[in-house]
Design a protein around this ligand. Structure first.
Ligand code: DI6
Ligand code: FE
Length: 418
């Protein structure tokens, strides 16, 4: 049976392909065959065979169309929250200090260990639903609040189940080297051994993650420890990404480059050598303005340096309970401009083409091009700049995933639906 052919007319597309601002084509049309994009261009150039054979024709009513958004760095699966810690920080206690006192990431580890799989799923769904409602069609989800075999596997199974339940592509990452669990207090090397011997092989063996990440920082793990995790990850066929240079410079970007990491994330303390290294390894710089804002960081990621060395910049929520309790990638576009000085076009590229590259999915998503997945969003805006300009609003009109227009109930099932 030939695949269903749909045509979207009366639209303006921001293809996000390089070469012209937003890769924009006004008065355009887009054809979808099955789950892939079959044609995109000026409406008047739409070839006759598409027009004649179309099974379905949709009127976009002048909407702007972008690729489905890609949120390439999230810790979306966790239990509990850290509202109390927020109060403490507002009284002047720093994030690092809370972490040293045994709070911070560890308090989420206790809550996540204590929640069974169903409960963890239940607590994670509102966050995912909120993301999807704002046009996200691909999301990366990290483990890292388990720090033991059972809970790391449980988090990754929940991430997988979210991807099966909702119309979204979930990209799972193993973040065993996120923090030191209490049972290893005082012996980070022993914990890293445990991650490499007991946890990572199990995660990889069960196919529960496609990449490994680590938190290489003064309150996380050293370069040597991170390198050990990366070597093991590589032996098990996992790709690499890294929380790098967030609170201090550890030469973590250089380490990411050495392992040809897909992404190096945060980067507030990136050096010129680090920028040169990731430029050479074609590693994407993932900027996380939500975390910068929420923990009131002072030091900006060196955006000019990244531009000078032509490092692609992605923008993501870092959705997590401690440093970035947000689900709004659209808000991050605005913050990437107002706080970090990105242009609105760079910000949108950061949540589409470059975020796709940060996940190794650039052949499938991130731009509107023939052959790519038909994941796209119709927006009630008059120019793509507006996606970064407005904040705290959601102009998402319609979401098309693998060629199928979603119904609101697809991404916000009724509370008793599962
Ligand atoms: N850096 C971050 O911003 C998150 N993890 C990390 O390594 C914070 C995670 C948390 O505080 O729960
Ligand atoms: Fe993070």
């Amino acid at each position: 049976m030939p695949e269903t052919l749909s045509i979207w007319t009366n639209i303006q597309v921001a293809t996000m392909t390089p070469g012209s601002p937003y890769g924009a084509i006004e008065n355009s049309a887009l054809a979808v065959s099955g789950s892939r994009i079959a044609w995109v261009g000026k409406a008047k150039e739409l070839p006759d065979p598409f027009k004649n054979r179309a099974d379905r024709v949709y009127d976009g009513k002048g909407a702007w169309v972008t690729p489905g958004l890609v949120d390439c760095h999230t810790h979306l699966v966790y239990a509990g929250n850290r509202a109390r810690e927020f109060e403490l920080r507002l009284q002047g206690v720093s994030y690092e200090e809370i972490s040293r006192r045994g709070g911070g990431i560890l308090s989420t580890v206790f809550a996540t260990r204590g929640a069974d799989e169903q409960e963890l799923f239940r607590q994670s769904t509102p966050r995912l639903e909120s993301m999807l409602a704002q046009g996200v069609t691909t999301v990366e989800i990290k483990s890292g609040y388990g720090l033991d075999v059972d809970t790391e596997l449980k988090m990754l199974r929940v991430a997988r189940l979210l991807g099966k339940t909702y119309p979204v592509t979930v990209v799972p990452t193993f973040l065993g080297a996120h923090a030191l669990p209490p049972e290893f207090r005082g012996d980070t090397d022993a914990y890293i051994d445990f991650v490499c011997r007991n946890v990572l092989p199990e995660v990889a063996g069960q196919g529960l993650a496609v990449a490994a990440d680590a938190f290489c920082d003064t309150i996380g793990f050293t370069r040597e420890q991170t390198e050990k995790v990366f070597r093991t990850a590589r032996e098990h066929g996992l790709m690499i990404r890294l929380h790098a240079e967030q609170f201090s410079n550890q030469g973590a970007a250089e380490l990411a480059a050495k392992f040809k990491a897909l992404s190096a994330d945060h980067l507030e303390h990136l050096s010129e050598e680090g920028a040169m290294a990731i430029a050479k390894s074609k590693t994407v710089a993932v900027l996380l303005p939500g975390a910068f804002y929420f923990i009131r960081e002072k030091r900006l990621p060196p955006v000019d340096l990244l531009r000078r060395h032509a490092v692609p910049m992605a923008v993501s929520t870092d959705c997590n309970p401690g440093t970035s309790p947000t689900t709004s990638l659209l808000l991050m576009l605005n913050m990437a401009c107002t706080l970090f000085g990105l242009t609105p076009e760079e910000a949108l590229a950061g949540a589409t083409i470059h975020a796709a590259k940060a996940l190794g999915l650039e052949k499938h998503v991130g731009t509107l091009e023939v052959g790519k997945d038909a994941d796209f969003v119709l927006w009630d805006i008059t120019s793509p700049v507006e996606l970064a300009y407005a904040f705290g609003v959601n102009p998402c009109q319609r979401i098309i995933r693998h060629g199928e227009p979603l119904d609101h109930r697809d991404f916000a099932p009724l509370p008793d639906a599962h």
